[in-house]
Design a protein around this ligand. Structure first.
Ligand code: GLU
Length: 478
């Protein structure tokens, strides 16, 4: 059974890389009829952020990446929060001490600092020289018994190489000499990432570890730990990094890595996943628009390239626009837009009206927020007037009083009625239709970029149209 997992650390706002990894975890499990699980790696108490776990789990819900086990769902291998599994890590750390593959190290922070300096001065890499390997086991046990603080360190081999069989890269070799005797268990009883990740992936039955390339340098330690514990290794896949279009890493500091930011701007989860699916991977027939189901059906790792893909806001917006225009049903689009309108404080007389407005605007916005920003005049009278619109208003404003009269006299505001009336008006004045429509548009919407005039007249309806026109007249004077 293929079991994949994502193991986020709850240290802040969810990162685009988390969604990226979760997508491939989800797809690979789905493709194989396996399961995808979530484990929270909350052992770094200094960086722990209590809100973060909820935000991450909620995000998977929003994305529609459902998982079979997790901290909120439970499951056969729980708990799924590492801070609740401390006894397990201690048990395996003790087992490694007993089998001579790990050892207690009692150095104080000051002593460690002195060792680091000594190594540096001797022209070596700063770190730890493994001196506590030489403690007599009885001594070590006695000092632990006497409650002297210690960490447990892994006895990494000093010679040879460790090979990580990466499914995407083939064998990747690491010189063991470069691996420090890494800490497995800290003095406060918390495990480090290395011990916890291996113990949990094993106990939770994870068969395929799919994660970001930034974890590849840690993989030899994990391979050695699996060996030391006598456990079969999972398959390893290290996904290419997501880059920003300038070539750097995506970073929350630069503001381009926070999923919630994209979400707040009104990016659709389907569009985000679709775009992420094209980061390093491509659909066999080259299509750009595909669903999770379609991706899972044809997914193979052979189509994954490792160069690292640029994650660009412009491209994501393009995908989002495509989903808005061509993929989403009007019902779903409406549902997605409603919370954005609510947040903006916009109200509307009926859902049917809202749907008509959305349909009219559909080609004109690429994010849900953009819909709100561009369509305010459909929801309230207090819309701003752009400079260009104001200029048009003044230019053709002379027509407005007569237009007001003309519109007042119309029996209804259906396009069949307004179109011949307005066109006839322009003709009678000997001007092009635009010379009449533009100032009218400016008066009714404050903008020159709107759906067609007859559609707007119909949607707004008589009363607001006449009110807005009357209101625009004094603007012409100044
Ligand atoms: N807790 C690590 C993270 O935040 C997990 C790394 C891994 O997948 O092994 O990404």
């Amino acid at each position: 059974m293929v079991v994949t997992r994502i193991a986020p650390s709850p240290t802040g706002d969810p990162h685009v890389g988390t969604a990226y990894q979760a997508l491939f975890d989800y797809i690979w499990a789905k493709k194989n009829g396996g399961k995808f699980i979530v484990r929270v790696e909350d052992t770094d108490q200094k960086r722990y952020d209590a809100e973060s776990e909820n935000k991450i789990l909620e995000l998977f819900g929003w994305l529609g990446l459902s998982y079979a086990e997790g901290p909120d769902l439970g499951g056969p291998h729980g708990p799924y929060r590492q801070s609740q599994r401390l006894e397990l890590y201690r048990k395996y750390a003790d087992q490694l001490i007993e089998s001579g593959q790990a050892y207690r190290a009692f150095e104080t922070p000051q002593e460690l600092e002195a060792i680091r300096k000594e190594l540096l001065e001797g022209g070596k890499r700063a770190g730890y020289d493994g001196r506590a390997r030489n403690l007599e086991p009885e001594d070590s046990a006695r000092r632990a018994q006497a409650k002297e603080p210690y960490v447990v360190r892994f006895k990494t081999p000093r010679q040879g190489t460790t090979v990580v069989q990466d499914e995407l890269r083939g064998p990747v070799e690491f010189e063991n000499l470069g691996l420090e005797d890494t800490v497995l268990l800290k003095a406060d009883g918390f495990p480090t990432y290395h011990l916890a990740v291996v113990v949990d992936d094993h106990l939770m039955g994870v068969s395929d570890v799919i994660r970001g390339e930034e974890w590849l340098p840690s993989a030899p330690i994990h391979v050695l730990l699996y060996q030391a514990l006598g456990w079969p290794q999972p398959k390893w896949y290290h996904l290419p990094l997501l880059l920003d279009p300038e070539g750097g890493k995506l970073s929350k500091r630069k503001g381009n890595a926070s999923i919630n930011r994209y979400r707040e701007m009104g990016v659709l989860p389907q569009a985000l996943l679709n775009y992420l699916g094209l980061m390093g991977w491509s659909f066999p027939d080259g299509r750009e628009i595909f669903s999770l189901e379609e991706m899972a059906q044809v997914f193979t790792w052979e189509r994954m390239s490792l160069g690292g893909s640029a994650f660009s806001w412009d491209k994501l917006k393009w995908f989002n626009g495509k989903y808005i225009r061509e993929v989403l049903s009007l019902d779903e689009l409406t549902q997605r837009i409603q919370p954005f309108l609510e947040k903006a404080g916009y109200t509307y007389s009926s859902e049917q009206y809202l749907k008509q407005v959305i349909e009219a605007m559909r080609a004109r916005f690429e994010t849900l927020q953009e819909f709100v920003d561009k369509s305010g005049y459909f929801f309230h009278d207090d819309y701003p007037t752009s400079e260009k619109a104001l200029a048009k208003l003044k230019e053709g404003g002379a027509f407005l009083p007569e237009l007001l009269e003309l519109l007042t006299g119309l029996p209804d505001f259906l396009p069949e009625t307004t179109e011949p009336a307005l066109k006839g008006f322009a003709e009678a004045k000997g001007v092009k239709a635009g010379a009449v429509m533009q100032p009218l548009r400016a008066a009714l919407t404050g903008s020159l970029e709107t759906p067609g005039m007859f559609e707007i007249l119909m949607l707004l309806g008589r009363e607001p149209v006449l009110k807005r026109l009357a209101r625009a007249l004094p603007l012409l004077a100044d």
